[in-house]
Design a protein around this ligand. Structure first.
Ligand code: C2E
Ligand code: MG
Ligand code: MG
Length: 400
């Protein structure tokens, strides 16, 4: 492949590695080479340049602006035709980033692990298609069918984002909830609200749970290696729990990922599809015996009822965000929250308030004795590789 016609930008904070990459590219015949030592600097030079470069080779773990943020800006402003990710991070993380970049409409040449060598670089660059158009990302979900969903599972387009759960009392980050996002190439990011129901109808929700649990265990291990022992909550549809083999499968999956069931909290979410309640109870009891935490999600709405609480060995109750919202000015919401917290205390369940958006909601829920908070006031759901950086920046609100 003749690289002399292309402009290639290398973004790498490590001087030696940047020089080495430039050398290898020259050996491959590249003539027009640009370089930057971080995302911010690279973005500035691309904006100044005024026309897109052909290829960007980008490290992920960089100071100032990390590679993921950089890639999303590049896509948003159409600053390149193609990107290749070069990083020392785990391959599963590289795959995630690759999927995201594709969803933003960028041509992705591949993810190369470090140390970079000529063979990998050649293979990656030679997949570049010069006429590749740069499409804009969009967030509006468009029509999709069961084949798109199945294909999305095969192509690893479903990505776990993580939203922190923190202690009201100490501000400490105790865990995260995994929330799926569909990075659909050419269509942008699709919210689970648009596809979970259809996945349930098509029998795809169990594979999805397994995908999310696998990604989650991967991150739990990576975080633990850096000294952060977190728990992670994974949403499990009631429908998924009516398959009697699921308890063993989830257990084996967690063990095979070198994690322990006690690190995982399964959040039972309701479904409109009819399920066999007896089977679900059997499965939940077995999951609890195997050590998983069990959380009743969206408590107070739909199926998340008192009856379930009396039958299932739950360990946690999540107060639905519809009650948290406006609770400081809505006496009825406050009353429901107080009753739910009272019930949870008597049943010895941990309590989590979801959808905490304001300081006033934080103060109220804290004063009522709720244990954990989750919501935009603390943090929005984020990609797994950002979690530890976020934890380091996080400061709980000062006492009122
Ligand atoms: P959920 O489990 O109750 O998750 C909480 C939802 O509230 C998430 O929406 C989260 O992004 C959003 N949220 C968090 N904090 C705030 C806040 O302060 N304000 C507001 N307005 N919203 C907030 P998301 O990610 O769109 O998920 C929606 C629902 O989709 C989830 O509700 C869950 O029932 C389902 N879901 C998500 N991921 C999965 C999954 O992997 N499997 C299954 N079966 N269901 C999932
Ligand atoms: Mg949930
Ligand atoms: Mg919820």
């Amino acid at each position: 492949m003749d690289l002399s016609a292309y402009t290639i930008l290398v973004v790498e904070d490590h001087d030696f590695q940047r020089r080495m990459t430039l050398r290898l590219l020259k050996d491959l015949g590249a003539e027009t080479l640009l370089e930057a030592s971080n995302g911010r600097e690279a973005l500035q030079s691309l904006v100044d340049r005024g026309e897109p470069v052909d290829i960007i080779l980008c490290d992920l773990d960089m100071p100032e602006m990390d590679g993921v943020e950089f890639i999303s800006r590049v896509a948003e402003f159409r600053l390149a035709h193609a990107v290749a990710v070069v990083s020392a991070m785990e391959i599963s993380i590289l795959n995630t980033v690759e999927t995201m970049a594709k969803a933003y409409g960028l041509q992705v040449l591949g993810a190369i692990s470090k140390p970079l060598n000529l063979q990998d670089l050649t293979k990656c660059i030679s997949s570049f298609q010069p006429k590749g158009s740069v499409r804009a990302a969009s967030v509006a979900p468009s029509e999709f069918n069961v084949e798109d969903l199945k294909n999305g599972l095969v192509e690893r387009e479903f990505i776990a984002f993580f939203q922190p759960k923190v202690s009201f009392a100490t501000g400490e980050v105790l865990g995260v909830e995994a929330l799926v996002r569909w990075f659909r190439p050419g269509h942008g990011v699709v919210s689970p609200l648009y596809f979970i129901h259809q996945m349930e109808l098509e029998g795809l929700v169990t594979p999805l749970t397994e995908v999310l649990l696998t990604q989650t265990c991967g991150y739990l291990k990576a975080w633990a290696r850096r000294g952060y022992e977190l728990t992670a909550s994974v949403n499990v549809s009631m429908l998924c729990l009516s398959d009697v083999s699921i308890a063993d499968r989830l257990h084996d999956l967690v063990k095979d990922s070198d994690c322990e069931p006690k690190q995982i909290i399964l959040e039972v979410t309701e479904t409109e599809v009819m399920v066999d309640v007896a089977k679900v109870l059997n499965v939940l009891a077995r999951l609890r015996l195997k050590g998983f935490g069990l959380s009743i999600d969206d408590f107070g709405t739909g199926y998340s009822s008192l009856q379930q609480l009396s039958n299932v060995p739950f360990t946690e109750l999540k107060i639905d965000q519809s009650f948290v919202k406006d609770s400081p000015i809505q006496p009825r919401h406050r009353t429901i929250i107080e009753a739910s917290l009272d019930l949870a205390r008597k049943l010895k369940l941990k309590t989590v308030a979801e959808g905490v958006e304001t300081r006033a909601e934080w103060d109220l829920l804290k004063s009522l004795g709720c244990l954990q908070a989750q919501g935009y006031f603390i943090a929005r759901p984020m990609p797994g590789h950002q979690v530890l950086d976020w934890i380091q920046m996080w400061q709980a609100p000062e006492e009122a």
